[in-house]
Design a binder for this molecule. Sequence first.
Ligand code: GTP
Ligand code: MG
Length: 470
Amino acid sequence: MTEMKREIIKSIVYSLFDDDGPTPIIYWPEDLDESARLLVAMKTISLLMGDSVYQNGTTIEGINYFGILPFPDLKLNGLTYFFLIPDKAARGNAKAATITILIEETNKIFFYENMKYLRVIIDNTATKILARNTLEENKAIMNQLKKDLLEFTNELKDPFSIKRQLKILFTGLDRAGKTSFLLAVKKRYSEIIKTLPTKGVSRTEEKLFEEQNSQISIWDLGGQKKYREKFLEQGKVYLYNVDLLFYFIDVQDTERIKESVSLFQNILNSLKNLDEFPPIVVCINKFDPDLKKSREIKKNIEYITNEIGKSSHTFFIKIFQTSIFDHWSLISAYSFGLSRLSPNRELFRNQLRLFSDKVNSDAILLLNENGIILSNYSKSDIANKVFEISAPHFTTLYKTFKEFKILKKDFIVTSGISEQSKKIVFQKINVDNYNLYLLLFMEKALRVEKIEKSLPNLTKNLRELIKTYI
Ligand SMILES: Nc1nc2c(ncn2[C@@H]2O[C@H](COP(=O)(O)OP(=O)(O)OP(=O)(O)O)[C@@H](O)[C@H]2O)c(=O)[nH]1
Ligand SMILES: [Mg+2]
């Protein structure tokens, strides 16, 4: 008996912002409900553009990214690729375009699990469309996408699997500070002093939100010789399917820096052999605030940065200088790593960018309840630097804010916290069961009414998108 195979892909829509506004240009199935396809076009295009059209002279570079969007009215979830098609005749010299693949919302893990492949074929499709074809040619291109997708899903063993598992590894020599880092991020300070060397592996779960699509496991690997030898030997168990890797180097342990760099290279080699290329966050750790001027430490940092940099053509590597005595440094490194796991990070960033343009802020952070940075945007490197310089003050501010939370205030403005920071605005956003926080940095005049006017739209978008953050 043959049973008809259930197809996971329900629909595909190519939309364009043309003279009539957001328009579904090409769609499959051909009898797709008109209101449904219009909804897909409207929602995707408006997330890309905000509620404004591109002004002449606005730069259009760098807008091409993916996002996973909920369509609760259709009980569907969409994977959307947002891009701009250069067009001299259009306002802003470009037309906003989206390609959306839709599946039932209960199957959304499919997107997270297969992101790598889906990105490639959708990206290819968009590139072909960018070559400016006739409608007929574009139809053929979209038809090819459909064929590729159906072929891909047919080959998958289990496209309907339900839980997305993420694995984060904490590695480095013994005493590098891995376990302390994890405790300090959670502000479990009293436990740090009691911490013993990790035996084997210590596994914990990370939750950014109570309800999230992914199960995030953190593997804190004991760095003592016997343990690290074991995990390199049994690379298949430990390094296989790793989604993110943290590597710790004790910057104060000058004698063992070479040894640490060599362990790092061994790990990278094992990863290569397994054909695993996770993003890597290197923490040059124990960079305590009172040592910032030390020449020896400076030399060590230079050496490490240089050595680590040699591997950055094969791996995505980001280096942070961290210390448990500088909470912000931990949060920055940890959040950066976690945000790499969100397939929606670019979509979030674009939301912050649009908002930032409207309220004239120079930098924005979006935090969860535990102060983890979910997304950030800054207008310039300078704004970003200033933001970072003021950052240590934020943690204090955050505490103040928590107290304000008790007072049920949602909005705080502070000024002149540090010489460089002109104004910082804290804004609480309620998203169903939990709170998110927006932190705005304003170099110029603060216009509270602008923020109040633009906030509802941002809140509305975040409220929906947060469900697909990770
Ligand atoms: N000065 C300083 N000491 C730190 C820092 N982080 C951790 N330590 C200390 O370094 C020692 C080792 O820290 P652990 O967190 O146990 O190191 P680990 O990397 O988990 O070690 P293993 O479990 O053996 O692999 C402890 O005494 C910590 O208090 C830091 O940022 N600055
Ligand atoms: Mg440990």
